[in-house]
Design a protein around this ligand. Structure first.
Ligand code: SF4
Length: 155
């Protein structure tokens, strides 16, 4: 029997198959404010973790620091302070150790990894791209899985 003809192309390796360098740069808070945006919180993981860290009940935390937008929970931003995230204090994230998944997985978001051109464009605004240690393809894909299909168009 002749070999079956296949029109399917073999899967292509992602542009990040050799890994990507990234490290948050001290003193940079460029993705935490300066423009309106959303920092979405997962109700089951982010909210309890951050509430505990702040020593607040979940209800108090939600009332003081968050807002609901189309049924989703976001940290507030402060229009009178350049739209900075409410957790940004003196240029630093005041909850860095327990920061939301959205922040912890940045910049390894699906939208930023869709193509080399997207990643290179991000490097123009994020000084941490290309610096620090290499995240391997496996690490990057683990982060992508953790972030899931969340909307990337946030902060
Ligand atoms: S929670 Fe922290 S890391 Fe996330 S946007 Fe706010 S200040 Fe930045």
């Amino acid at each position: 029997m002749p070999k079956e003809c296949s029109t399917a192309l073999p899967p292509r390796a992602p542009f990040y198959e050799k890994g990507l360098r990234f490290e948050c740069q001290a003193g940079c808070s460029g993705c935490c404010g300066g423009f309106p945006g959303y920092v979405w919180l997962d109700r089951e993981s982010d909210v309890p973790r951050i509430s505990r860290f702040l020593g607040l009940s979940e209800g108090d935390f939600l009332a003081r620091y968050t807002r609901v937008v189309e049924g989703r929970i976001s940290l507030k931003d402060l229009p009178d302070q350049k739209w900075n995230c409410v957790m940004l204090k003196e240029g630093r994230c005041s909850i860095y150790a327990v920061r939301p998944t959205q922040c912890r997985t940045y910049p390894f978001w699906a939208s930023n990894l869709a193509a080399r051109s997207q990643w290179d464009a991000l490097a123009d605004e994020c000084p941490g791209i290309g610096k620090g240690r290499i995240y391997t393809q496996t690490e990057i894909e683990t982060i992508l899985d953790e972030r899931g299909a969340a909307d990337d168009s946030e902060r």
